[in-house]
Write a protein that binds this ligand. Structure first.
Ligand SMILES: [Cu+2]
Length: 316
């Protein structure tokens, strides 16, 4: 996550100038530099390496987070050691796809700026040809645009987690199969099947955690090539779903909600108070669930207070 504050005036100075005592939200610039990398990444709990294409060697790429009104300043570097052209397409941006999102040849960079206009959770990805291959090999990530303030409809959560689901095609060069939705063997959650699910994969060591009764907010992105996701919390009901993360698009008491390919939504879950419980946050589509699209959320009084907060919302 990169947060970078700039601007000539601090909030306090600005408040003095305009003559009010209350703090004033000053839009900031969020500077993000991403480097396209054509290098192996580990894609499971066994240590299997995959010939990935990524941003900065990570699948998904780094979390970008800003507030409505901020300016987002993007630099994409495509090192000359790469063989392919790459690009970056931010779903949170309203720009010219042929300009800002255009392909960058090896040895070149692209710089552009956009204004965060709408609160939400959005995908970003490489948009160079063949698109299916650049995404399947790992060039995707998440940008969260926070609203300026919380509200009754959109309360401050106790914990936040980012989950990105993607399809794993072991034959990284078979674009025909990727497009035809053939040959994918695993569903990845933040880059690994059953990444945080020690119940379904004995090698997994981590789970998401919260204390009983806490509001857990999941920023969920579907980075699949061809498969929508039926996102369901086993042994729970989504308290609220904010479609696309837009605070006006609120649904209440939802069992399963579909996230389209290249879509995203915010899911709030509130566990029962007074007892320990567990949920499996899963894609109820069986071809994905049984191939890795399941995440354990453990709700217990001893939950690590650092998880789901600060830098620990996209667990590597
Ligand atoms: Cu690419």
């Amino acid at each position: 996550m990169e947060r970078f504050k700039s601007g000539m005036f601090s909030c306090a100075v600005m408040a003095m100038i305009i003559g009010v005592g209350a703090p004033v939200a000053v839009a900031k610039t969020v500077k993000v530099t991403l480097t396209a990398m054509e290098s192996d990444v580990v894609v499971d709990h066994r240590g299997t390496k995959y010939a990935a294409w990524t941003y900065d060697g990570m699948m998904p790429g780094k979390l970008v987070r800003a507030t409505v009104g901020d300016e987002i300043d993007i630099t994409l570097i495509n090192p000359k050691t790469n063989k392919k052209s790459h690009s970056i397409d931010f779903h949170a941006a309203e720009v010219d796809m042929l300009n800002e999102f255009g392909s960058v040849r090896p040895g070149h960079n692209r710089h552009f700026v956009f204004r965060a206009g709408h609160a939400g959770v959005y995908m970003y990805h490489c948009a160079s040809n063949p698109l299916a291959q650049h995404i399947a090999r790992g060039m995707f990530g998440v940008i969260i645009i926070d609203p300026k303030r919380y509200s009754r409809t959109y309360p401050k959560p106790d914990r936040e987690y980012v989950l990105v689901q993607s399809q794993y095609f072991p034959d990284a060069d078979n674009v025909v199969d990727m497009v035809a939705n053939r040959g994918w063997t695993h569903a990845l959650i933040n880059g690994k099947p059953f990444h945080y699910d020690p119940i379904h994969n004995g090698r997994a060591t981590r789970a998401l955690v919260s204390r009983p009764g806490e509001r857990v907010r999941i920023f969920f992105v579907n980075a699949n090539i061809n498969m929508p996701v039926s996102f369901h919390p086993v042994a729970g009901i989504w308290d609220r779903v904010f479609v696309n993360g837009n605070l006006d698009n609120v649904l209440k008491n939802v069992q399963t909600y579909m996230v389209p390919v290249a879509g995203a939504s915010i899911f709030d879950l509130v566990s029962p108070r007074g007892r320990s419980t567990n949920n499996a946050l899963m894609d109820h589509t069986m071809s994905a669930a049984m191939r890795g699209a399941s995440t354990l959320l453990m709700n217990f009084s001893g939950a690590d207070p650092r998880l789901g907060r600060g830098e620990n919302i996209l667990l590597r």
